[in-house]
Design a protein around this ligand. Structure first.
Ligand code: TPP
Ligand code: MG
Length: 572
């Protein structure tokens, strides 16, 4: 078995060598005193030219976590983050929850404060080494990770790294957590050998059970009023092509409900918009793929005899304690595999149904045309309005982008105005809705795709959750010329609307300004990017929006500097 060997190394050296060998490109980190042996290992490797994951200094943990997520969403390769003991782990929890709920594999690590008080190498040397100790540091991560462990010795470095990465990358994918005690990382070894290439590969993806597949294909092929609903189906780059083929061939409308990615090009005639309700109450077969919540039970109920088919790597969504949607058939597999498997079986089952399918195709195409007309009317009405309309901002960004541009969404950007027709070009990592994800995701995406334009769109509230000074710093340091666009509506619209929904006639509804939802200080976000040498722009009039975006884009593409456009806007 081929092996690599290191002589006279520390456990930290061995750990870094194994990670690099396993293809982990980056170590997104926010360091502390627990990092000392690792920093020494990184410096040694840099001096000697040995391969290591490239260390990226992230001034805040939120940036690090979401950079790892963004990189994975573009590259498909899991990345690694490291934080400072328990406190850094706590600051990274928001990103960890987004990764967990978004099924994003990631090796989340943190140092562990030394326990030895005075003798072992790496022993306690500061008062904080007593106060940062915990009975069970990993406990706070345990609801979000698939696996956690603490490195105990040097001999098992490769076994532990391979176990962590292979568990993270097996379906359903997700984050894992490893803690690294300072004394263990400091241990010295005369020799360390490990298998290279790696012999512990992730498991192959699950395939649908043939009987369940046949039953689902028969139901769907013979349905009168089928519909497919997804939330994050578009995250899997393999989904768009077979989904489009399936929807076209069998005339099945696809609703993208509160979608974070795009699985069906919004201009496609089988795209049925973003509201599942009219379809859910009428359908005889509903296919739900990659979606925890396909509709709101408080708003709509399917017909009694409607069959509901779920498709996902984990169609039981076990991480969610309560979930009562009907599930007549659940296919356990990634959605691209399901669609490719369904296609030939459905062709068999639909032999007598061609006329019915043709009639339905015309109906869905007409419904789609009506949707497009509504989108066009709204845009026409709002395009010159003051304050600027988010529909118009979305339309302008669509005019600015090219088909390969990666749009990152943590904003009221409206998908119906952005003609996405390629997988992986719309990213929203807020699976747990842990705000503060968009800027790190944009940075990670740009690192993974240096030749593509990345546009990071942020709500004004979301922008501040990102610890923007940290993100602008990393963009400058790593030469990541991202175009940032802030939808500055001077409040938390989502929280405001939720209060109106709960008490439509209450005091908050009548208040000029609901408490805890408005920003009353005029915020010049365009100045924040200047802290790190970026160019800032502010727009308040619709007529100035496109010229300003074009100016900002010139800075990004011509000068290779980040730029931020602060768009003072109204509600969606
Ligand atoms: C970490 C975190 N804290 C709080 C929230 C609750 N929350 C949901 S939406 C929202 C407001 C977002 O504001 P903004 O980005 O300005 O978007 P808008 O609602 O104005 O479109 C808040 C605070 C959250 N999702 N995540
Ligand atoms: Mg806002």
């Amino acid at each position: 078995m081929p092996k690599k060997t290191l002589k006279n190394c520390t456990v930290a050296d061995a750990y870094l060598a194994v990670l690099a060998d396993r293809g982990v490109d980056y170590l997104f980190a926010n360091a502390g005193t627990d990092f000392a042996p690792l920093i020494e290992g990184l410096a040694k490797a840099q001096a000697l030219g040995t391969p290591i994951p490239e260390p990226i200094t992230c001034p805040h943990e939120n940036t690090a976590q979401h950079m790892a997520i963004g990189h994975y969403l573009v590259s498909g390769r899991p990345q690694m983050t490291m934080m400072h003991v328990n406190v850094g782990t706590a600051n990274g929890m928001n990103g960890l929850l987004n990764a967990a709920r978004g099924y994003v594999p990631m090796l989340y690590t943190a140092g562990r404060t030394p326990t030895n008080e005075d003798t072992l190498k790496g022993h306690r040397s500061l008062d904080i080494h007593w106060t940062q100790e915990m009975y069970d540091q990993a406990a706070m991560t345990r609801e979000a990770v698939k696996w956690d462990y603490e490195l105990r010795n040097g001999e098992q470095v490769a076994t532990i790294v391979d176990r962590a990465l292979s568990v993270a990358m097996s379906e359903p994918k997700g984050p894992v957590y490893l803690s690294l005690p300072r004394e263990v990382l400091s241990l010295e070894m005369d020799e360390f050998s490990f298998d290279s290439p790696n012999r512990i590969q992730p498991a192959s993806p699950p395939y649908p059970d043939p009987n369940a597949l046949d039953e689902a294909a028969s139901l769907l092929a013979n349905a009168e009023r089928p519909v497919m609903i997804t939330n994050w189906g578009g995250r899997n780059p393999g989904v768009m092509a077979p989904l489009v083929e399936l929807a076209e061939k069998f005339a099945i409308p696809v609703v993208e409900y509160r979608n974070r990615f795009v699985s069906m090009p919004p201009r496609h005639p089988m795209h049925a918009g973003y509201n599942p309700n009219p379809y859910v109450e009428d359908a005889d077969v509903i296919v739900v793929f990659d979606t925890v919540v396909p509709w709101l039970p408080s708003e709509v109920t399917p017909l009694d005899d409607c069959k509901v088919i779920h498709i996902a790597s984990d169609p039981m969504y076990q991480m969610v304690p309560v979930r009562g949607f009907p599930a007549d058939i659940s296919l356990t597999c990634p959605a691209d595999i399901a669609f490719r498997s369904l296609l030939p079986v459905m062709v068999e089952h639909s032999k007598g149904a061609q006329e019915k399918i043709a009639i339905r195709r015309d109906k869905i195409t007409a419904a789609h045309a009506e949707l497009e007309e509504g989108w066009r009317d709204k845009l026409e009405k709002e395009k010159s309005q003051s304050p600027i309309s988010p529909a118009y901002i979305s339309h302008c960004l669509n005019n600015l982008r090219d088909p390969d541009t990666i749009m990152v969404k943590e904003s009221p950007l409206m998908g119906q105005y952005v003609d996405i027709d390629r997988p992986g070009t719309m990213l929203n990592a807020g699976a747990a809705s842990g705000l503060g994800h968009g800027m790190g995701v944009a940075l990670g995406a740009q690192l993974a795709a240096p030749d593509k334009l990345v546009i990071g769109t942020e709500g004004d509230g979301a922008y501040m959750f990102n610890v923007p000074v940290s993100c602008h710093y990393v963009a400058a340091e790593q030469n990541l010329p991202i175009l940032w666009v802030v939808f500055n509506n001077q409040h938390w619209q989502a929280v405001h609307r939720s209060t109106l929904g709960l008490t439509p006639d209450g005091y908050a509804a009548k208040a000029n300004r609901q408490p805890l939802t408005h920003f009353t200080v005029e915020q010049h976000y365009e100045k924040a990017v200047e802290v790190s040498g970026g160019a800032g722009f502010r727009v308040t009039e619709s007529k100035n929006l496109m010229p300003t975006l074009e100016k900002a884009l010139k800075v990004v593409t011509g000068e290779k500097r980040q730029a931020l456009v602060n768009v003072v806007c109204g509600p969606t």
